[in-house]
Write a protein that binds this ligand. Structure first.
Ligand SMILES: [Zn+2]
Length: 426
């Protein structure tokens, strides 16, 4: 029966056409990573003897009995811990350490091209240190240059971490810096806006490329003053509503109890710094599910720039930070890992993790915060932050076991981003 044979042939062709693309996808390059142990980003206990299979830009399998397919490249990582790419929760890639150049001078005197070129180098340093994602919270006078850097990294033009950017960030009129002799000149560190103009500016920044909206809920109104509230709850609530409707998260700079309280009630997702937070403030954060990004390393760095050597009596700012961090921990607030990198060197991002341990957190909990915790708080937990089948293959191998000794996060031997090895095992 010729007709039947022709029909069978046609059916075979159709099946081949259907299977073809699936088969091609299965042929994406595979890599099997065999470390001593895997920290998966969620479980605080590492898994001894696990292997992780990567195919294309995704994790295909992870476990004790994962074997290498015939086409896989096998990378042995003896003695090392493999973990999800680390996530820096608070960076400024367009700033460099303040003991090199003051913040005022960076904003007022450094040309945009110089700042951008430096940001490119700093992005690379961050990635090589094992931080495959950063939430970059404001260019501080460099306009929307972070959007361009983010996109250049995404297109593979320059190496760097995946960036969630805040563009210019938002401040209340007259409340930020740098200050010049002209009281009427715009403050160049961020975009000034209030009331309805705050809502418009939020929309403008989102339209301009912001992944996250950042505003300052309090600040020093004059140099030398303590931080006092800037925006009203209503102003911040309106901006937050606009950001959330656009699928963006909101980060609020706040150090004072009242600034924090207003930001929490406005519905922001994270509070940055929280220096003078009280047990009551942190209870409110816990109730509202607001996460804290404590930036311990920024306070530590600034104290050292002012002459503290790290020994002897701690400066008031450092002591206050220890106290408020302990109170946040005790209240069960979700803690992000974000140090305000830029105040100190990019690539030295582990500094915040070490201080979190020094100030009372278990190393494994700090690692969870820096991976799945940050990913969830920043709205990207469905794609990154954990070693699970289907997740993006952002992976870092370090010498030793950072769940026991946090300093091991500095001993980076391999970095993979989107399934591509960007730093090979030594
Ligand atoms: Zn900052």
């Amino acid at each position: 029966m010729f007709e039947g044979a022709a029909m069978r042939f046609l059916i075979i062709l159709m099946v081949l056409a259907l299977v073809g693309p699936i088969d091609a996808a299965a042929q994406a390059p595979a890599t099997l990573l065999r470390p001593a142990r895997v920290f998966d980003g969620v479980d605080p206990r590492p898994h001894e003897g696990w292997a992780v299979l990567v195919r294309g830009d995704r994790i295909e399998a992870a476990g004790a009995d994962v074997a290498a397919p015939p086409d896989a490249r096998v990378i042995e990582l003896p003695g090392m811990t493999l973990m999800p790419g680390l996530i820096e929760g608070h960076s400024h890639l367009f700033l460099h350490p303040y003991d090199e150049t003051s913040w005022d001078d960076q904003v007022l005197r450094e040309p945009l091209a110089l700042r951008t070129a430096r940001a490119v180098a700093q992005a690379r340093a961050t990635l090589m240190a094992g931080f495959t994602t950063v939430r970059d919270l404001g260019t501080e006078g460099a306009g929307y240059a972070d959007v361009g850097l983010r996109d250049a990294i995404e297109r593979g033009i320059v190496p760097g971490p995946r960036m969630l950017v805040a563009t210019r960030a938002l401040v209340a009129t007259g409340s930020y810096g740098p200050r010049t002799a002209d009281a009427e000149a715009p403050l160049l560190g961020a975009e000034e806006a209030d009331g309805p103009s705050l809502v418009a500016a939020t929309r403008r920044q989102i339209g301009g490329g912001a992944d996250v909206v950042k505003f300052y809920a309090d600040y020093r109104w004059r140099p030398g003053e303590e931080s006092r509230p800037t925006f009203t709850v209503e102003e911040m609530r309106a901006a937050t509503e606009v950001a959330h409707a656009a699928g963006r998260t909101v980060a609020a700079h706040a150090s004072s109890p009242e600034g924090m309280r207003r930001a929490i009630l406005a519905g922001v997702d994270t509070i940055e710094h929280g220096n003078a937070g009280t047990p009551e403030t942190f209870r409110l954060m816990r109730e509202h599910g607001t996460a804290l990004c404590p930036t311990l390393a920024a306070t530590d760095a600034i104290a050292r720039y002012r002459g503290w050597t790290g020994t002897g009596t701690e400066p008031d700012a450092v002591r206050e930070k220890r106290t408020s961090f302990a109170a946040a921990l005790a209240a069960g607030v979700t803690l992000c890992m974000g140090g305000d990198a830029g105040v100190y060197a990019h690539g030295d991002n582990a500094r915040e993790m070490e201080l979190m341990v020094d100030y009372g957190m278990r190393p494994a909990d700090v690692l969870v915060a820096a991976t799945s915790g940050n990913a969830r708080a920043f709205g990207i937990g469905d794609r990154i932050g954990a070693i699970r089948p289907g997740m993006v293959a952002d992976l870092v191998a370090v010498e030793g076991d950072p769940t026991r000794e946090i300093a091991a996060v500095r001993e980076v031997r391999m970095v993979m981003k989107d399934g591509v090895l960007v730093r090979l095992p030594d």
